[in-house]
Design a protein around this ligand. Structure first.
Ligand code: GLU
Ligand code: ZN
Length: 326
């Protein structure tokens, strides 16, 4: 299939541990969606938070993704016109974006401490596990906004927050979840774009990178569905187009827990060591996604022609003990 110049998808792993089955399934869908559209595919490493980065995880992730049969046109290992492809090397762009947001009057400095914010825990919680919405304590305090600072965990400075307009509702259509709508001011409130230790947040960095890298198809895990409205607000201030979104249902362990990198996950590395062929792993993932009728070994590239978003269900996949035995 000829590559269309228009579609640009990406997979954006955080190198905080081994790639698990949930991450891999999301990567498979991201890759299939881009390739089925004849588009290009970008690998971006989200190593924003140095203490959480695990040495060797980037290399292992790349190796695991290639083992699964995925490839990319741009990425940290192959280069490309939007280099660098590691967020830790892209601070200049994030600072530039903060300046744009600042000039539009959309950021302010906040000196609330974590314990002050924790005192709000009795308030109703926002979506996900992010706690209650920020009440806007520092909104109108006029604390000076400094943008040119370096990340240094030893120096505490004000965090920077994005100012959400009152009752700012965001609507978008997700390729899996359908129509999604959120009142960001009520559910989340003004959200942090740079932390008090100087590190840029995921919400800012991922959005800025998607714009800078010309991404118009964002595929990621369903745990990030409720981040999308915030990112759309940032996109609007940056005057950037809103991409297409597809949030892939999560994978749960056989006990029904969410797979997380810290909770004894089923990693691709373990499956490789266990002697499973990549076609089996891909076949089981594709079957659980609804992309194929039978659980049978299949190569990723053989799923491209029949890929359709509408085949993908919204339910999470609970891994059974024999999920990869076929
Ligand atoms: N780095 C995020 C993760 O590994 C994904 C972010 C995104 O795709 O927007 O969960
Ligand atoms: Zn504050």
């Amino acid at each position: 299939m000829p590559r269309s110049a228009t579609m640009r998808g990406r997979y954006a792993p955080s190198p905080t541990g081994d790639l698990h089955v949930g991450n891999a399934r999301t990567a498979l869908v991201a890759w299939l969606a881009a390739r089925a559209a004849g588009g290009s595919f970008v690998l971006r490493v989200e190593d924003l938070d140095p203490p959480r980065v695990v040495a060797g995880a980037e290399e292992q992730t790349i190796d695991d993704l290639r083992w699964l049969g995925l490839d990319w046109d741009e990425g940290p290992d192959v280069g490309g016109p939007h280099s660098p492809y590691r967020q830790s090397e892209r601070s200049r762009l994030y600072r530039q974006a903060l300046r744009t947001l600042g000039a539009a009057g959309r950021i302010y400095a906040c000196t609330c401490s974590r314990s002050e914010l924790r005192g709000l825990l009795s308030a109703p919680h926002g979506p996900g596990t992010e706690g209650p919405p920020y009440p806007g304590t520092c909104r109108d305090k006029g604390i000076p906004v400094e943008i040119d600072v370096d990340a240094d965990a030893r120096v505490r400075r004000p965090s920077l927050r994005f100012r959400v307009a009152e009752h700012e509702r965001v609507k978008f259509r997700d390729a899996v979840a359908g129509d999604v709508e959120q009142d960001v001011s009520a559910d989340v409130g003004d959200f942090i774009v740079r932390r008090s230790d100087g590190l840029f947040t995921y919400q800012l960095a991922a959005t800025v990178d998607d714009v800078a890298m010309g991404i118009n198809q964002v595929v990621r895990g369903a745990d990030l569905l409720h981040s999308t409205p915030r990112q759309i607000l940032v996109l609007k201030v940056l005057k950037a187009a809103v991409p297409e979104y597809g949030h892939v249902p999560l994978v749960l362990s056989s006990s029904g827990d969410r797979l997380a990198k810290r909770t004894r996950p089923v990693s691709i590395r373990q499956l490789r060591f266990g002697g499973f062929a990549p076609e089996r792993v891909v076949g089981a993932m594709a079957h659980a996604l609804g992309l194929v009728d039978r659980a049978a070994p299949v190569a990723a590239r053989d799923l491209v022609d029949t890929f359709r978003w509408k085949k993908i269900g919204t339910e999470p996949w609970t891994l059974s003990r024999d999920a990869f035995s076929m």
